[in-house]
Design a protein around this ligand. Structure first.
Ligand SMILES: Nc1ncnc2c1ncn2[C@@H]1O[C@H](COP(=O)(O)OP(=O)(O)O)[C@@H](O)[C@H]1O
Ligand SMILES: [Mg+2]
Length: 431
């Protein structure tokens, strides 16, 4: 007993708390948050015009008038979400100092895409007691709509509602909800609402009812992709906040930017690349993030991409891919013909009760997998016997392993077929 006590005392007096070392070791990051995807920076290099445009459209809210609805278009990573959130924060703080009532709601339609969910999210911005009055589900939608109207009029302010990824809302729930929301103003006596719709897809308005289309797009603007230099400026700004001085080689920033610029100027990709590079360097106990870590980060990101690509494949392509994975030991450098893929494919279909398609259709699926970069299918001429395709995997073993870990169907198929002895009966080498 005494021994235990004195041991505890000794540890305390030496102050060797396990976290001491870890905290001291924060040599790379000063503020990790600054690289998080949800972080809203205080400034937006190269978005002055866009910020000005949106702010001008919203300005009437500060005089108590309803701002026009806005549609914002642009590819991923062009700053649409961050800029819209930033402006909403700014207008709310301005309204507070001016004694005006402005409420803002941010709704990501990928997560919330039912009319009920949207109305509830808007209702919550007016007051905390919304949830006490309106249940999260179960009411008829017109009752929720009336509750929202009542709440808005009781409050008397202006609500600015961001509907991010608005195209998902329309593809999942149709445009009825937008019809009602854009028509809400004519039902309101004492309050106003305006909408900011954000979309990566410029064509999404072509699915809208013409009335919804004209009401929603009273104003519209497009965020252009960034070039490499612009992304670099964005990274420099973030790096100053996120890292200790000198912790990141300057070349790292230009390398991350040029990689992201290749992919349609996506600032998010660049920031992710920078963050993951620094995290890997940190994990390896390094004090400085060098270019070498950007390559490592790219590998990690590509692995993640392949893994999610495979796990989201529909059933038929997945079975086809499984066949190619299973067959790859059968030939020198893993090349196989469409016929060989089809044999294994048929076997899997029978065993796992999957509908068996014709060889021709499996041929189309093979072309799709080729276009997605998962396999390589090259056409070769067999002289008089016509032509065939040599098919091989274009992903590495470690990526396949990662995909199998992540996908229980695929890993079960591979395991059971291997165990069934089917492959050895075809005199294939063990995989
Ligand atoms: N001009 C900019 N200045 C600073 N950060 C930016 C800028 N543009 C984009 N970002 C950052 O890049 C990331 C992606 O931006 P985001 O607004 O999510 O893009 P989008 O919504 O267009 O896909 C976010 O972390 C965002 O803060
Ligand atoms: Mg976005």
């Amino acid at each position: 007993m005494a021994g235990v006590l004195s041991m505890g005392k000794k540890q305390n007096s030496e102050k060797n708390n396990v976290f001491d070392r870890l905290i001291q070791e924060e040599r790379i990051f000063r503020n990790r948050e600054a690289l998080a995807s949800t972080y809203i920076p205080p400034e937006f290099p190269h978005r002055d015009n866009e910020i000005n445009d949106v702010a001008n459209i919203l300005k009437p809210a500060l005089y108590g008038a309803r701002p026009s609805n806005i549609l914002i278009y642009g590819q991923t990573g062009t700053g649409k979400t961050a800029v819209a959130k930033f402006i909403c924060k700014q207008i709310v703080s301005k309204a507070e100092t001016e004694g005006k009532k402005i409420h803002t709601a941010y709704i990501n339609c990928k997560q919330t895409n039912t009319p009920y969910g949207i109305l509830t999210n808007i209702g919550k911005t007016y007051s905390n007691d919304w949830e006490d009055k309106v249940p999260n589900a179960g009411w008829r939608i017109d009752k929720v709509y009336s509750a929202l109207k009542e709440k808005a009029d009781e409050d008397g302010g202006i609500a600015i509602v961001i509907l991010d990824e608005i195209d998902t809302l329309v593809s999942k729930s149709g445009d009825d909800i937008l019809y009602h929301l854009t028509g809400l103003n004519s039902d309101l006596d004492n309050s106003k609402i305006s909408l900011i719709g954000i979309s990566n897809d410029t064509k999404f308005t072509s699915w809208l009812d013409p009335r919804v289309k004209s009401r929603m797009g009273e104003e519209s603007l497009t965020f252009a992709p960034y070039n490499a230099l612009q992304i670099e400026n964005i990274l420099v700004q973030r790096a100053k906040m996120a890292f200790h001085e000198g912790a990141v080689e300057p070349l790292v920033l230009s390398y991350c930017s040029s990689r992201a610029a290749l992919e349609h100027g996506d600032a998010r990709k660049a920031l992710d690349l920078l963050r993951i590079s620094a995290e890997i360097a940190e994990r390896e106990g390094k004090e400085i993030v060098t270019v070498e870590y950007v390559s490592k980060a790219e590998n990690v990101m590509e692995h993640d991409l392949v893994r999610s690509l495979i796990s989201t494949l529909p059933l038929q392509p997945k079975v086809t891919l499984a066949s190619i994975i299973l067959n790859r030991g059968s030939k020198e450098n893993g090349q196989q013909t469409t016929g060989e893929v089809y044999n294994t494919y048929s076997l899997i279909c029978k065993r796992f009760e999957v509908e068996q398609l014709t060889q021709r259709r499996v041929g189309h699926i093979i072309s799709e997998l080729d276009m997605q970069g998962l396999i390589n299918a090259k056409v070769v001429s067999l002289g008089r016997q016509g032509r065939t395709r040599y098919i091989s995997l274009s992903i590495e073993q470690s990526q396949i392993d990662g995909a199998l870990d992540n996908d229980s169907f695929l890993s079960r198929v591979i395991k059971e077929i291997k165990m069934s002895g089917y492959l050895s009966s075809m005199q294939l080498r063990l995989i």
